[in-house]
Each structure stands twice: as C-alpha cells, then as structure tokens.
Ligand binder design. Structure first.
Ligand SMILES: CC(C)(COP(=O)(O)OP(=O)(O)OC[C@H]1O[C@@H](n2cnc3c(N)ncnc32)[C@H](O)[C@@H]1OP(=O)(O)O)[C@@H](O)C(=O)NCCC(=O)NCCS
Length: 185
C-alpha cells in the first residue's frame, strides 16, 4: 500500500487527505475566485466530495494532501500529484489554497516543495512533473517559478471563462532540477 505519511516543513504541515476533510474541501470550492483561478466550471455536491475524499485516501496511484500549518490542523487547501504515467515517468501537479489560507503568504510554495520531494522519493522512477496555469494567474506563475518550474509554452485559448478565452501555460520540473535545488534525502 502506498504510504502517505505526514510531511512537515518550516510552517506547513501536510497530511493525507481523507473522509474527515470533505466538509472543509466542500467549503473551499465554493470560493468564486478559487474556481476562476483553477478554471473549475463544474460544481460538486458534498456527497460527491465525500466519495472523492474516501476514494483518493486509499488510491495507490496518486498523492492527495491537505495543506495545514504546523500546530494547527485547520484545512487550508489541497495539493496533489496524480496522473502517474509509469511508461513516460511523468505525473501532474495541482494545488488550491482556500480563500482563508491565506494566499500570497508563502504557504503554497512551501507545500509544493514538500509534496514534490515526497513524490520524487516515493516514486524513484518519476522524472517529470507538469502543471497547467492560466495566463491571468500571475501569483501562481510566480510561485511555480520561485519553486523551480520552467515555462514550456502556452495552450492558446484553452479556457473559456466569463465570455472570454484565456491561455493555459504549461510548466514542468524535472527530477535533476529538483534534486539540484533541494536535494532528495
Ligand atoms: C497559487 C498558490 C498555490 C500560490 O501559493 P501562495 O502561498 O499564494 O504563493 P506564495 O506566496 O509562495 O508566492 C506568490 C508569489 O507571487 C507574487 N505575487 C502575488 N500576486 C502577484 C501578482 N498579481 N503578480 C505577480 N506576482 C504576484 C508574490 O509576491 C509571491 O512572490 P514573492 O515570494 O517573490 O514575493 C495559491 O495562491 C493558490 O492556491 N491560489 C488559489 C488557487 C490557484 O491559483 N491555484 C493554482 C492554479 S494553477
């Protein structure tokens, strides 16, 4: 069974997402700004979120973690490594800090490094982690670049939101790039 231990940084504490987090996750996805920033058209019922949390808690092919603070277990968002492709040694990354996290205070960048380090360690063949970010989200782009993700290109007009088309930037980080910056021990 895939081990999903707590992961602690300087300020951030990550814990495996589970059924007990469903209500907080449900509350967090009601935030219109968060939905815009993540391009989430679909709404989800609490029941759907409950079954999602129960399913991913035991999934062997993905890491879903709650972002909290050391000493304060309040749900402040989620960070996920998924879409593992063993043949190509790739995975995709997503993160969403709740509106009450706070955003812009460094939590997201620290959570990103913590989860990537664990992912590269627990999957020794994982070589590339990729993500997509919309061109109207400079805070996320800055956070990803600060952490070490590299811009690859723009999927033109990939998102239709509020009557207009927006580009989606592809970014990635490779294992040697992560290891050179942070080490993997
Ligand atoms: C994206 C996200 C994970 C980043 O985490 P965070 O804790 O807010 O990020 P940080 O505070 O570590 O870094 C943000 C950086 O962007 C900068 N920034 C903030 N607003 C900015 C703007 N409008 N333009 C450019 N840079 C901006 C900050 O100054 C900071 O850079 P610095 O450390 O060099 O000063 C988080 O904001 C979040 O989840 N937002 C809501 C959902 C979302 O956007 N998810 C990502 C979808 S791809």
């Amino acid at each position: 069974m895939l081990d999903k231990p707590p992961l602690e940084g300087t300020r951030v504490a990550l814990r495996a997402l589970g059924p007990d987090d469903a209500e907080a996750m449900f509350d967090s996805i009601q935030d219109p700004e968060g939905r815009r920033l993540t391009g989430s058209h679909a709404g989800f019922t609490l029941e759907v979120i409950r079954s999602h949390c129960a399913r991913v808690a035991v999934a062997e092919d993905r890491l879903d973690y709650v972002i909290a603070l050391r000493g304060d277990p309040t749900y402040r968002g989620e960070v996920v490594l998924r879409h593992i492709d063993p043949e190509n040694r790739t995975a995709s990354f997503r993160i969403n800090l709740a509106a009450w996290a706070p955003r812009g205070g460094g939590l997201g960048s620290e959570a990103t490094v913590l989860l990537l380090r664990y992912g590269f360690n627990v999957w020794p063949s994982l070589h590339r982690v990729e993500l997509e970010v919309f061109d109207f989200n400079p805070r996320a782009i800055r956070s990803y670049e600060k952490v070490g993700f590299v811009r690859e290109g723009l999927r033109r007009d990939a998102l239709w939101w509020d009557g207009a088309a927006h580009g989606a930037m592809m970014m990635s980080m490779l294992r040697p790039e992560f290891e050179a910056r942070y080490g993997l021990a």
